[in-house]
Ligand binder design. Sequence first.
Ligand code: NAD
Length: 434
Amino acid sequence: MHVTMIGAGYVGLVSGACFADFGHTVTCIDKDAGKIDRLRAGGIPIYEPGLDMLVASNVKAGRLFFDTDAAEAVRKADAVFIAVGTPSRRGDGHADLSYVYAAAEEIAELMDGFTVVVTKSTVPVGTGDEIERIIRAKRPDAQFAVVSNPEFLREGAAIEDFKRPDRVVVGVEDERARPVMTELYRPLFLNETPIVFTGRRTSELIKYAANAFLAMKITFINEMADLCEAVGADVQQVARGIGLDKRIGGKFLHAGPGYGGSCFPKDTLALVRTASDAGSPVRLIEATVQVNDDRKKAMAGKVSGAVSGDLAGKTVGVLGLTFKPNTDDMRDAPSLDIVPALQAMGAKVQAFDPEGTHEARQLLREVDFKDDPYAAAQGADVLVIITEWDQFRALDLHRVKEIMKAPVLVDLRNIYRPDEVRSRGFKYVSIGRA
Ligand code: NAD
């Protein structure tokens, strides 16, 4: 089949490359000419493990193309995916749908013959109806169906998630779209991946409900962590003790500095707004948003607490800036709250991140960016782990202690064992462990 992906970002590029790997002919369109030039030259504009090889092999096989101009690719396409950004709208927290609607206008102008228009971007309930209206208004004669097919991949494991998902959700209102979607996902049908066919509005809501639930689960264990600190319990063991219960499950029960990233913050907020507009408020999610915002802001206090409450003139070494490991994505990363708060308390910050430094330079001011974890620890009064990159899990603690001004480690991801670190002479502060 001929597939066109509008938007070649974290979702569009991965989905496009994976559909090409399934055997379809895919063109990824992006209006960012720099991105397309880079892809055409064999580069990858984002960091995602395995993506370079997947893109290269499918380009070589003649199944994957890149363009800034959508005309030919949309004209030929059996399915056109909209995979553009839906950030929080400034001021009110609703999803900003301007990119989605602009893409719909463009598709309407270009499409030729029966075309399935698929929304892969995360969009509020009713967006598919509006896309249909936009296309119909521009092209009353056009033969098309608008489908919702939300994406559940995780950055850092995106290819595996796309190719071996827990489920695929497809919201259709027009039965003509069903065989097209079935054919697109044929390898997954053969794998017996559950494919949930549903109505379009339901499909749109499933995506928000999934993200809101996961954000709430993280926030739940974060509050338990605070309680553990207050009463002398251990949140790791609480998480294990409840997570082994199959009704609860052990995933997303890692206490930390609060969730961030390109999805949870904006999607929880958008769901709150949708629900409030619909007169059916989601109070659990409202509380989740509030608790998480407060938590990210409170983390700097944990760092200052580790050095007697005074950070003025002190040097803080920071390990990890991206919102999670194995990505270069800095969108809504906890570090964007924590680092400025440390600076506001008078600290000098020196930081290292394996992949996020380029992006972080645009977002953080007056940070001394270093090239390796030991350089970030050098001369520091306290070292803070914000993101749990694998390479921080086995630091040479002896060396770290030697080069720091004072051996104080604040581990906001609980990647070390307290007894292990303390036995090496560190003052060690972690999350939810007495
Ligand atoms: P992104 O910002 O990385 O990519 C969006 C791309 O679309 C950009 O490269 C931009 O230049 C391009 N674009 C915007 N308008 C365009 C147009 N009219 N024509 C061509 N290109 C255009 O965003 P992303 O992280 O890939 O997210 C895309 C959507 O997928 C969002 O709705 C997001 O919520 C959802 N989503 C993201 C993830 C994730 O992990 N990043 C996971 C699941 C769902």
